[in-house]
Design a protein around this ligand. Structure first.
Ligand SMILES: [Zn+2]
Length: 265
């Protein structure tokens, strides 16, 4: 099996995780900028993080024969202080020409606050200005439906081509909302929350196999870096053909990511 891991936070993973992913057939990892498990106290902290995402992590992945790409932004969890968020955002353009950078992400909402919304809109403007694809984080649990609706409304007003936007962490109650508006949808496979492998395959059966991908979103919390190939096995158990499985774990992410000028295989 070969697959693309389109959303993983490798800065918080070990070399054993890289090895397990390589053995499972992972060819490409894409890493959105996100919360690192703690709040950074200065814009300089983000500068260092962007260096890690664009220099150090690609070199670490290459040791396992895996290509590494990244997305840049200040995540909504740390964007509550608008002044601070703007200071961080002013650093981003100097990293956009790094060869592994795909676009702006993962932006979006965490607690659906006014400040988060403001910074979300400013990220959209940045992506538009540089003609970059966008990866969007949706809130957890009780805030997810409301947050996803808010995000979709803002995106519709932004006039950005929905085909260049993926809205991640969809679940049964948000997948339809995202897909019917023409956006791409990402399903996150988590051991404790978000989607289990059987639920993710149920979602495919309800909403179809177009414009959708699966990721592990493995990070500093309880998560599984090889959740995607495990879900491929769930598809195999349900008698999906090798071609159908490859469409979800390889062809679909390849198609979306190819819209970025820095994505090449
Ligand atoms: Zn993430």
């Amino acid at each position: 099996m070969k697959y693309i891991e389109p959303h993983a936070h490798m800065v918080s993973r070990t070399t054993d995780d890289y090895q397990a992913m390589a053995l499972a057939g992972c060819e490409i990892i894409c890493e959105p900028a996100f919360w690192a498990g703690f709040d950074r106290t200065s814009a300089q902290g983000f500068y260092d993080y962007y260096c890690q995402l664009t220099d150090y992590e690609p070199a670490r992945a290459a040791k396992f024969g895996i290509k590494h790409h990244s997305w840049l932004c200040i995540n909504p969890k740390e964007a509550e202080d608008v002044g601070f968020a703007r200071e961080v955002m002013s650093i981003i353009p100097e990293f956009l020409d790094k060869p592994n950078v795909l676009g702006i992400g993962e932006i979006g909402l965490n607690k659906n606050t006014t400040s988060e919304l403001k910074i979300f809109e400013e990220h959209l403007a940045l992506a538009k200005e540089h003609d970059l694809p966008i990866l969007i984080h949706t809130p957890h649990l009780e805030d997810k439906l409301k947050g996803t609706r808010l995000i979709v409304d803002v995106l519709k007003n932004s006039q950005i081509d929905p085909a260049k936007i993926i809205i991640d962490h969809v679940e049964e109650h948000t997948a339809g909302l995202v897909l019917t508006e023409g956006f791409w949808a990402g399903m996150t496979l988590y051991p404790e929350s978000k989607c289990s492998a059987p639920r993710a395959v149920d979602i495919l059966e309800n909403f179809g196999m177009e414009n959708i991908w699966m990721n592990s979103a493995c990070d500093w919390g309880v998560s599984d870096p090889i959740a995607v190939p495990k879900c491929a096995i769930e598809m195999k158990k349900r008698k999906y053909s090798p071609k159908e499985i490859e469409k979800i774990i390889y062809d679909n992410p390849l198609r979306f990511l190819s819209q970025s000028k820095n994505f090449n295989i």
